[in-house]
Design a protein around this ligand. Structure first.
Ligand SMILES: *[C@@H]1O[C@H](CO)[C@@H](O)[C@H](O)[C@H]1NC(C)=O
Length: 136
């Protein structure tokens, strides 16, 4: 797959040497190849959340929850998950580079983020999932 970046309107880019190049909405500004690898697991015996597939419990934030946090103050997102027929093995997440994960055991995790001054005024998505393994 190739990811391309297009301008929303015609723009003129000025290089550091002063030369200029015009880009229309059908000209890619940049292109980068992306590779994906898929690992296919056996089918889960049930897709009901909380049985083989984990489900989130409070105080895990709702999907789409928003937090406002001042610069240099820590936001701690508390995450709790359960699955009766499998073992919670980990938390995968994406977000700002300075998010720190803690594994608290028994399906509990926390993600702590302390926004820096350079992140002030911005909106940063943080996404996470939990992974579980079959108990057998
Ligand atoms: C997470 O738990 C801590 C206490 O351990 C609490 O101070 C903090 O407010 C909680 N985070 C959220 C986003 O509710």
């Amino acid at each position: 797959m190739v990811m391309e970046d297009f301008p929303r309107q015609a723009i003129t880019l000025t290089q550091t040497d002063g030369s200029q190049v015009g880009k229309t909405t059908s000209d890619a500004i940049s292109k980068i190849p992306i590779q994906f690898a898929f690992l296919v697991d056996p089918a889960a015996p049930s897709c009901s959340e909380g049985v083989y597939l984990p489900t989130f419990l409070l105080p895990t934030p709702e999907h789409g929850a928003q937090f406002n946090i001042p610069v240099n103050q820590a936001l701690k997102i508390n995450i709790t998950s359960v699955a009766t027929q499998s073992e919670i093995t980990g938390l995968l997440y994406s977000g700002p580079y300075n998010v720190v994960k803690s594994s608290l055991g028994s399906g509990s995790f926390s993600l702590t983020w302390r926004p820096s001054a350079s992140e002030d005024g911005q909106s940063h998505p943080i996404c996470f999932i939990v992974q579980a393994s079959d108990l057998c």
